[in-house]
Design a protein around this ligand. Sequence first.
Ligand code: PMP
Length: 306
Amino acid sequence: MPKFAYFEGQFVPYTDARVSIAAHAFNYGTGVFEGIRAYWNEQQEQLYVVRLREHYQRMLQSVKVLRMQLSLDADQMSALTVELLRREGYREDVYIRPLAYKANEVIGVRLHNLKDEFAIFAVPFGKYIEQQEGARVCFSSWRRNDDNAIPPRGKVTGAYVNSALIKSEAMLNGFDEAIVLNADGHVSEGSAENFFIVRGGKLITPPVTANILEGITRQAIIELARIELGIETVERQIDRSEVYMADEAFFCGTGVEVTPIGSVDHIPLGNGGVGPITRQISALYFKIVRGNEPKYLNWLTPVYPK
Ligand code: PMP
């Protein structure tokens, strides 16, 4: 269990960070959040937070969608996060969860004229999907939220009921994860991660207008593939049947990191394991986030003084 939390303006013991049963966000899902990882590097005795500032910049975009007012900027939130991790003294991989939420104890569904609060906690964390040698994936019978209903571009707490429906259906049917289609029948992403296929040596991923979260890992992989591997990414609509025909496919995100997909709807992709391009991307990604690639140290924020 964590020892501390940053909660509504101060660091408090973790067990004191509690919201009311009547809290607006608890009743109506009117919160936004981020998921950030920090990796422990044993040789360097350093904890590295991955793309910290980018996560808070995105959070401030989500904040706009929910018409929130926060007094903190991305740099201040980043500094509070580093401070929290130092207080915890973590020497292992952790997951950091910042939240901004409508805190009033009031009945009435709306976004305006409410008090917005900010909190962070951080917990030790391992793999999000256990199967790392070719996840068994299905297409969900659910559809992704539409931008005109609950915008997936904002990381809104209430919207994750959609993700939870998708994830549980998949797991209870014996799969590790699901790909979800938009209302128009094209691929959006996984339950809580972005999605890529490899066809003819190129990466293909749905565009940011496909009701996806504009993933920080997604963008990082597009850049890495181009700069380090000379592989271009095409951002375009993907049909369901194209996924069956893909040479390789993988999920990516802070939680799932790079998770290779072995089969979709029981149809094996490639040899049903981890494809060669996916393996290269994954190796590069893990080397960078753990702080073992000097060229990309600017992606990372060290928690402890050197
Ligand atoms: N899509 C959804 C719906 C997500 O919740 C997430 C984050 N867990 C992602 C994609 C991946 O985003 P990121 O790479 O920024 O973590």
